[in-house]
Design a protein around this ligand. Structure first.
Ligand code: ADP
Ligand code: ADP
Ligand code: MG
Length: 463
């Protein structure tokens, strides 16, 4: 087993990784930026090393500083968390070259899955259905136009290196294509340092359904069921549940099989996610991308399967086989996650981190909170606005919904605005209760959800 692991990430996922390490008797070294010196995971780690200033480019993305920290602290492994360098093939290679185990798939595998445009070709060849779109990248608006004419409007222009919903623009016809192309490409260059674009036909009113994968070095690949992540704002997930209510056992079997085939096609190792779009007909599904890391919403899968995914990542990276087979995997009950972000939904979800003046987290049966916040801490403005993940597990979906409402009623955070109230409203919305949300749900109903909120606030003020 790995002996000492550098955690090359921050926030709740750093703490999450630390917790599994500790349970396995693996020592932890927190690599942190100057902005995170008071962070909870830094205080809890066995050792902590400052790797640079607040700016991510100089700290959490600084490969040399991270490798120096790992070697200096006597680590034998590096866990990249999510975001930052977690899907950076060069970093995975550099770790190995330095004699460190990268807790994730090989650089080669990350390279194959990481270019979303190239991954489409690999998946098509492996017999996994992909969204209709361009064959390979489109280098100019003219190339995009001819690809769009071929697949049919409307289309989505997407960044090959994309992630977190960035570098994506919808385009309804030839007139708006040049502007949409320029916008998406500029965002891609700014976020991912790569302007490579590809194009997909827009699937109308789809659901985002993804499968959790686990694979070991011995060639075993299994899936741990599915998550419905259709509730999104600006192509970014807000509320997730597992299992997806809209899948019949037969469809779950087919999609799970496709997900395993996708993972095999890139030589996968460790924990990963295969994302699909499920068509409005509830039958056709298309490969969208493979995320070669632990994902924000992994907790809902842990709750319904009882499998600790980070523990499995550490085991696989240590060369041990998966302790479970596909037949062992049981999906029990229903789990829901709300991502509580420091943001203002009424002002276009503008991030607004700050100091936590007062904090109370919910607890009790079937509740899990993953967060790095504590009373008096400050959420730095330099990084993601994720403040806490509230998760619940219950025997049925309705009980899980009620449990999450109860959690949000208990949850108190003073100091900056969050999307907590918005999540609460979603949990009462008839479309959500019916299990009918597509990826268009939040955009379509945002006004109505916020309006209700505003009236509630006014009533409270009136006493
Ligand atoms: P998805 O990429 O499907 O949205 P997650 O929601 O799990 O998956 O994203 C993981 C986290 O990493 C989010 O906080 C997201 O903003 C961030 N992220 C994803 N891809 C990148 C990237 N390439 N660069 C920086 N941050 C990213
Ligand atoms: P990222 O790497 O940023 O997570 P994805 O390719 O996973 O990007 O897409 C993010 C979201 O954008 C999806 O969850 C879905 O809501 C939407 N989306 C992506 N591709 C399509 C498509 N072809 N048709 C409709 N919606 C799409
Ligand atoms: Mg995605």
């Amino acid at each position: 087993m790995l002996r000492r692991v550098l955690i090359a990430g921050r926030g709740e996922i750093a703490l999450r990784v630390l917790r599994s390490c500790r349970e396995l008797g693996v020592e932890t070294v927190a690599a942190y930026s100057e902005a995170d010196s008071d962070a909870l995971h830094v205080q809890l780690a066995d050792q902590a090393v400052c790797v640079g200033p607040a700016r991510a480019a100089e700290s959490y993305l600084n490969q040399d500083a991270l490798l120096t920290a790992a070697l200096g602290a006597g680590c034998d492994g590096v866990h990249p968390g999510y975001g930052f360098l977690s899907e950076n093939a060069d970093f995975a290679d550099a770790c190995v070259k330095a004699g460190l185990t990268f807790i994730g798939p090989s650089g080669e595998c990350i390279r194959k899955a990481g270019s979303k445009s190239a991954a489409r070709d690999i998946m098509r060849a492996a017999g996994v259905p992909v969204t209709p779109g361009s064959d390979g990248p489109v280098g100019s608006p003219e190339e995009a136009l001819s690809a769009a004419e071929r697949v049919g409007w409307p289309v989505l222009l997407k960044a090959s290196a994309g992630g977190g919903g960035r570098g994506i623009r919808r385009c309804d016809g030839p007139e708006s294509l040049p502007a949409a192309f320029a916008e998406a490409q500029a965002e891609a260059r700014a976020c991912f340092d790569s302007g490579e674009m590809y194009l997909e036909k827009l699937v109308q009113n789809p659901r985002h359904i993804e499968f959790q994968i686990l694979a070991d070095r011995q060639g075993n690949v299994i899936h741990l069921g599915d998550r419905d992540c259709s509730i999104q704002r600006r192509n970014q997930k807000l509320l997730e549940e597992a299992p997806a209510r809209c899948l019949t056992p037969a469809l779950r079997f087919r999609m799970g099989e496709a997900a395993v085939r996708a993972a095999r096609a890139v030589g996968y190792e460790g924990a990963g996610t295969v994302e699909f779009l499920l068509d409005a007909d509830g039958e056709h599904f298309y490969f969208m991308e493979m995320n070669t890391r632990i994902q924000v919403e992994h907790g809902v899968t842990e709750l319904i399967t009882g499998v600790d995914l980070v523990r499995q990542q550490l085991r696989v990276a240590s060369g041990l086989p998966l302790g479970i087979t596909q037949e062992d995997v049981r999906l029990e009950g229903c789990a829901i996650e709300c991502r509580i972000n420091a943001e203002d939904p009424a002002r276009d979800f503008r991030p607004c981190p700050g100091k936590v003046e007062f904090l109370h987290f919910p607890g009790g049966p079937g509740v899990r909170v993953d967060s790095c916040l504590y009373n008096g801490c400050t959420l730095p403005p330099y990084y993601d606005s994720l403040a806490a993940k509230l998760l619940v597990h219950a025997p049925t979906r309705l009980e899980a919904v009620r449990r999450m409402r109860r959690c949000l009623e208990e949850f108190t955070l003073e100091g900056f605005p969050t999307n907590g109230e918005l999540c609460y409203e979603i949990l009462y919305h008839p479309v959500f209760l019916r299990g009918g949300c597509t990826t268009a749900f939040l955009d379509e109903h945002l006004g109505e959800l916020l309006e209700f909120n505003r009236r509630l606030a006014e009533r409270e003020e009136e006493g």
